[in-house]
Design a protein around this ligand. Structure first.
Ligand code: 5GP
Ligand code: MN
Length: 322
């Protein structure tokens, strides 16, 4: 691990222009680590372009960005592209995927089964977020973790750990949070900005999704459904669905919770969450998806009825142990 960090640090020191990218439909870790990488490069006096094929969800507008995140690739790509928080390379989006012969990848990630798709790969599945890896990198490169950089790192870790509540939370991430707090990070403001983002439309959508939840396998599996029709009627988008699944997971009897989100006719994005030893990454892989042990996802091309049947079958088959 040390040697990977060393090689990537050397590469960053020696080169002077970078594209920084994370996955489409970015979450807090994707946006936070992209901006954190930008802050590090800015401090080091490097040129850089921050890019995300989906742009930045409005709810993350508040975080201190070193430069805007563009959703359009530059005409000429930098020699080096730093890919963050992408468990599979196709998550960078089709635009950049089509131009990989123009650039060389540095892969920094914390997903199981990453596959080391870069020229340099630093993949650490024990890290709670790529944001915490940005803190390790900053320390290596002598960049102080304060101000905008601390905000971005905090956004990344707080969202990927559910505010330091998930099993992925590490002593190091708590120590890092303490260090950032000591150095002036306004944590209450950050927590408010991250959570106090609801519109009335979102609340209406959430009540409908909660009402859609059905329980399977002795109430050990909960499945909620979001259709395009619900989005249209409530005036919401997929941005409004992040973390609904965590509330469904709170059902006492439930070991695996599922959200199925209709993306197109007979095409559903699925999200899975679990606790402890129930490994939803292995379940997602069965459907060509991936992620982490307790949080994973993928896409199912099937009717809603078939999608639910297939998921219940695979999940209940993996839950035979108490
Ligand atoms: P979410 O349910 O929040 O969309 O995703 C949970 C986790 O599963 C994330 O860490 C994400 O990287 C991973 N994940 C979600 N969808 C896919 C997918 O289609 N393919 C892969 N490989 N991972 C996914
Ligand atoms: Mn992440």
């Amino acid at each position: 691990m040390e040697s990977q960090i060393q090689m990537i640090s050397d590469q960053i020191r020696n080169e002077d222009d970078f594209l920084v990218v994370s996955h489409y439909n970015p979450d807090g870790d994707a946006i936070g680590s992209t901006c954190a990488m930008g802050h590090i490069l800015q401090y080091l006096g490097k040129k850089f372009t921050l890019y995300n094929i989906s742009g930045v969800p409005h709810r993350y507008d508040f975080v201190g960005k070193p430069a805007p995140i563009t959703s359009t690739l530059p005409a000429t790509l930098p020699k080096w592209t730093i890919v963050l928080d992408c468990g599979a390379l196709d998550r960078i989006g089709e635009d950049l995927l089509a131009r990989l012969d123009e650039t060389t990848i540095i892969d920094i990630d914390h997903h199981l089964g990453n596959g080391d798709y870069g020229r340099f790969n630093w993949v650490d599945v024990r890290q709670p977020a790529v944001g915490s890896m940005m803190a390790v990198l900053a320390t290596h490169l002598g960049v102080p973790i304060i101000d905008g950089l601390a905000e971005c790192i905090y956004l990344a870790i707080a969202t990927d750990t559910g505010f330091f509540t998930y099993g992925s939370t590490t002593p190091e991430s708590l120590e890092l949070a303490a260090q950032m707090l000591r150095h002036g990070l306004d944590m209450p403001r950050m927590n408010k900005m991250i959570t106090k983002q609801w519109t009335e439309a979102r609340m209406r959508l959430w009540t409908e999704v909660m009402a859609s939840v059905e329980l399977y396998a002795d109430k050990q599996i909960a499945i909620g459904v979001i259709t395009q029709e619900m989005f249209e009627r409530t005036g919401t988008t997929s941005e409004d669905t992040e973390s609904i699944i965590n509330f469904i997971s709170r059902l006492k009897t439930v070991r695996v919770s599922v959200i199925l989100r209709e993306e197109a006719h007979e095409s559903y994005k699925f999200s899975l969450r679990s606790y402890g030893n129930d490994n939803v990454q292995q379940m997602a892989v069965r459907f060509g998806g991936g992620g982490h042990k307790n949080a994973s996802g993928g896409t199912l091309e099937a009717s809603l009825k078939n999608a639910i049947e297939m998921l219940v079958d695979v999940i209940s088959g993996s839950l035979d142990r108490p």
